[in-house]
Design a protein around this ligand. Sequence first.
Ligand code: NAP
Length: 249
Amino acid sequence: MHFKNKKVIITGASAGIGKEIATSFVKHGADIAIFATNQDRLNKTLKELEDVKVDSNQKIITKKVDVSKYLEVESSIKEVLDQFGHIDILINNAGITKDNLLMKMTEADFDRVIDINLKSIYNTCKAIIRPMMKNKKGKILNISSIVALIGNPGQTNYAASKAGMIGFTKSLAKEVGSRNICVNAIAPGFIETKMTKDLPENVKDQMLKNIPLKRFGSAKDVANLAMFLASDDADYITGQTIVIDGGMV
Ligand code: NAP
């Protein structure tokens, strides 16, 4: 799989799964732009990505963007388009959790999770879809979760946001298929990142018992799938949600 000269935007790529996807694209020769909110983490990630470039002409752009804010997203995507000329691949990966049982969940925590996980994909896709249609080819990947499919106590906000991403994915796939744009979702199970690191050990032990492959997933496992779906090898796959969970669901 070669991504030389491909132009890629990845949200939430300063940590975890997004950073691993960004690293894979850089190692395969792509020009990438990454969005996140913490400038220090973005700077550190930029240095790490510069170190794995395979071509000195490769471009890596970092932008401090809160993906839940439409105007910020729109202007950042415009700036990236000005530099790259077009975008081939958009990966909507930024996401957060604010877990609590519904009876204790605040309205602010419900809204924040919906805004960052779900509203964000409206923001990025809306800003990118016309230029991508003009380009007559594109790939959009939305990082959902298996909790969208099976639910999880304490995650009504997160599960709703991730299920919303799947409906959005299927609908947009039907809207833009005739323009040769593929839109898919990835639904990871338990992946070892900052997001899952602080779960209590007894919860992790219980989860492990339900994973037939008997290990948690790595960010690299998800990045490998993202690379395939973003590649020309996956040109006839659209509107799908691919589960990557060691067999858990
Ligand atoms: P992570 O390690 O916590 O990384 C999240 C990334 O999103 C960071 O780069 C973070 O950077 C960025 N981000 C957070 N809020 C943002 C905002 N408002 N605007 C822009 N960027 C923002 O999470 P992860 O585990 O890699 O998860 C990545 C995606 O996979 C998420 O959508 C998550 O829901 C999904 N997922 C993860 C798992 C898992 O087990 N880890 C399972 C299923 C699905 P800043 O903080 O600097 O903004």
